[in-house]
Design a protein around this ligand. Structure first.
Ligand SMILES: NC(=O)c1ccc[n+]([C@@H]2O[C@H](COP(=O)([O-])OP(=O)(O)OC[C@H]3O[C@@H](n4cnc5c(N)ncnc54)[C@H](OP(=O)(O)O)[C@@H]3O)[C@@H](O)[C@H]2O)c1
Length: 163
């Protein structure tokens, strides 16, 4: 199974100069909780934003390069990546971004973990357009807003319709 996880602002912005445009620890906690025990798949630019394998998860980076730290499985093509996913139908593979990788896998994704942030930011990287009529929303839960989490946000989950 193939999933995406990301957070976007009210305009669909996801990145700024290679980093996240916001600081939202509640979403980082949700990311950790959702991905833990699964395999995460990142484009090399997204990987470079944290630059180490995330513990408790298998880490795949999609790249034409090979200079990655120990603990990273480098996959050099989408075809090979799709082969790995097809070979392991009982596993959940979660794509953590960025926009480039999401675009290439959009037609194949089964589940979407979207954090919608009710604020606007400046940046340079946007989520590709998704046809949500192809998905059912199965969850919508408001996140915590407090001194450390200043922006209202909602954790949503969508699953691709089967017919
Ligand atoms: N808000 C969020 O939830 C969220 C999530 C993720 C990322 N982001 C942000 O998004 C931005 C990064 O996204 P991005 O779209 O610029 O980059 P990206 O998708 O993270 O990485 C793109 C790179 O991955 C490699 N790659 C992609 N497809 C490949 C393929 N088919 N074969 C071989 N290599 C491939 C290429 O680099 P090589 O040169 O290595 O081959 C490509 O330049 C950052 O600002 C990040 O912080 C935000």
């Amino acid at each position: 199974m193939l999933s995406f996880i990301w957070a976007e602002d009210a305009n669909g912005l996801i990145g700024a100069a290679g980093q996240l445009p916001w600081h939202l620890p509640d979403d980082m906690h949700y990311f950790k909780q959702t991905t833990m025990g699964n395999t995460i798949i990142s484009g090399s630019r997204t990987f470079r934003s944290y630059n180490r394998p995330l513990p408790g998860r298998e880490n795949i980076v999609v790249s034409s390069q090979t200079d990655f730290p120990a603990g990273i499985e480098v996959v050099s093509s989408i075809a090979r990546l799709c082969g790995i996913i097809a070979e392991n139908p009982d596993k959940e593979y979660i794509v953590t971004g960025g926009a480039n990788l999401f675009s290439q896998l959009l037609s194949q994704v089964d589940r979407l973990y979207r954090t919608k942030i009710d604020a606007t930011f400046s940046g340079d990287t946007y989520m590709p357009a998704i046809d949500y009529s192809l998905f059912d929303q199965i969850k919508s839960v408001k996140g915590v807003v407090d001194a450390k989490n200043k922006y209202p946000h909602t954790f949503e989950v969508f699953e691709r319709k089967t017919n």
